[in-house]
Design a binder for this molecule. Structure first.
Ligand code: TIU
Length: 230
């Protein structure tokens, strides 16, 4: 429903949220082979990566809708320089992994930029003109130019997808919220290796009147974006 000039409404929890398509971006977090395919960082951490794959189809739908509606699209990837100089020693040590960050794995060196595992999955490959933010940390605002890119495009609202819900999605949403962005997280477009963390992670975003933002679904988001440009 159109609320005022260029203001549209999004069905969400804990209550519906207004957005202006010109100041809205779709932010897709770390939909990389390293997290979604066997042999990558996610599996080396001991996780069942198949749990994340249900996010691919809803992400594909919202990505197509955002492109059709001419909404800004931004992708992120977690990874490090080949010399690993941007990886804290604590991160390299963490987990006491036999094959860890920077080591050779089935998809190249684990979580290293330029390696096959670091790529975004082919289903969600970035299109020309869609910025890809390479981030060394969990949060997409940490030591990246994401904030600058959003400010230069006058973006105020972020529709957030990606993996994993309680790690990189949560860290990014918390960082965005403190910077004044309004985040709408799509429950079927974010995934966790832990079903309990998925549920609680989403509850934490929308609790207390939307303490970090809103939770909606790809269906609602596709409907809202389609309406905004019809
Ligand atoms: N391990 C895990 O759940 N996630 C990460 O390390 N990175 C992201 O969430 N992208």
């Amino acid at each position: 429903m159109k609320a005022s000039a260029n203001e549209f409404s999004f069905a969400a929890e804990p209550y519906s949220v207004q957005f202006d398509p010109d100041s809205t971006a779709l932010l897709i977090i770390d939909m990389q082979r390293d997290f979604l395919e066997p042999g990558g960082f996610g599996e080396l951490l001991g996780n069942d990566v198949s749990l994340l794959r249900s996010t691919i189809e809803p992400c594909r739908k919202i990505l197509a809708a955002a492109r059709d509606a001419d909404i800004a699209v931004i992708h992120t990837r977690e990874g490090h320089r080949p010399d690993l100089m941007d990886a804290p020693a604590s991160k390299l040590r963490r987990g006491k992994l036999e094959t860890g960050i920077g080591d050779a794995g089935p998809m190249g060196r684990v979580l290293v930029r330029g390696e096959p595992g670091h790529d975004i999955i082919p289903e969600l490959a970035p299109a020309e003109g869609e910025p890809v933010i390479d981030k060394p940390g969990k949060g997409a605002f940490y030591e990246t130019d994401l904030d600058l890119i959003l400010q230069n495009r006058n973006i105020r609202t972020l529709i957030v997808c990606g993996v994993t819900t309680e790690v990189c999605v949560h860290t990014t949403v918390r960082q965005a919220n403190d910077r004044g962005y309004e985040c709408i997280v799509l429950s079927d477009c974010v995934g966790s290796y832990f079903p309990e963390f998925q549920r609680v992670g989403l509850d934490m975003i929308k609790a207390q009147g939307g303490i970090f933002g809103w939770v909606s679904t790809s269906k609602e988001a596709v409907a809202a974006l389609t309406k905004s440009r019809s």
